[in-house]
Design a protein around this ligand. Sequence first.
Ligand code: ADP
Ligand code: MG
Length: 360
Amino acid sequence: MTDGPPLLETRDLVKHFPVNRSLRDVVRGTPPRAVHAVDGVSVSVESGTTLGLIGESGSGKSTLGWLIARLFAPTTGQILFEGQEIGGLRGTALRAWHRNVQMVFQDPIGSLDSRMRVWQVVGEPIFAQEGLRGHALRERVAQILPTVGLPPECLYQYPHEFSGGGRQRISLARALSVNPKLIVLDEPTSALDVAVQAQILNRLVALQRERGNAYLLITHNVAAVRYVAHRVAVMYLGEIVEVGSVRDVLERPVHPYTKALLAAVPVADARRRRTRYRITGEIPTLLQPPPGCRFAARCPFVIGRCRTEAPPLREIAGMPDRKVSCHRAEDVAEIAPELLLAPAESPPATEKAPPSGSAG
Ligand SMILES: Nc1ncnc2c1ncn2[C@@H]1O[C@H](COP(=O)(O)OP(=O)(O)O)[C@@H](O)[C@H]1O
Ligand SMILES: [Mg+2]
């Protein structure tokens, strides 16, 4: 780890999506409401490393990714890149900054323009940044394609002629084309079958070794995080509830939500197979988050304080390099998921390949 500022840091980042008011709301004077998609997130990514971001669907992971890639402007809060605030960037300055951070989406067909050929799709960021075009651009793209395992001959093909894995390689080539320092990968392999997932994840790991770029890997695939990431942040209803090194967090989850999320993942080794439990209770709405801990309604360890006082993300004694937002973190830290869970209804399927488990 370096002494300087992290490559990327968010400080109390907030994104609220205003909800359209109906005529009745206006007549009744109901105050405007908003979806609290990201609600005070402070995370950092060190250069050359991968931060995994996990959590159930709807927890705000993609929104956080879009904010970091500066595809959305935050409602409040700061984003620092190499120690510099980027919130104020607009126009050409923002366009130039985009060279640093590129994004890869889950659905390569939806995110790639189907009328454009591979060289145009992959070359677009280079054109935007450097104005390179025509033969020179095609030549540059032809050099990039092999780095993601595509032959240079496919320059003139269209993305829809490729399989899902091939299209995701095209997206990756496009993101890599301007040599970004950070790539936000939003569920990059979720639409792919297990063997292809493994190829793409291997490629990502190899590229990071060669180029030293950082990743924010957004996924509900805990096995992929274990395989690719150095650190992991767990997100629940717009907030980070736990963060630490991948090994520590996955081996010894402290937050009850992290325990539940990991207990839902099939474990390959039968001796380590854990009893599954279901998280009960209603998922609170992001329109009116409850005043206390957002997980309180579903938490087996809930006490009165949890319902009134929001727990801050804080360090835990005896656990360096870990932060957890739970009033009872010290009490529940040692409780393994199997001790508190109801028996599973059926044994989970055994899976072998690293990128196969799924908590979503
Ligand atoms: N553009 C948008 N407009 C309004 N609400 C949105 C928008 N994007 C996401 N949301 C809402 O924000 C919340 C978080 O969504 P998202 O970031 O996609 O979560 P995740 O990626 O973890 O599934 C959801 O309730 C979603 O409906
Ligand atoms: Mg998402």
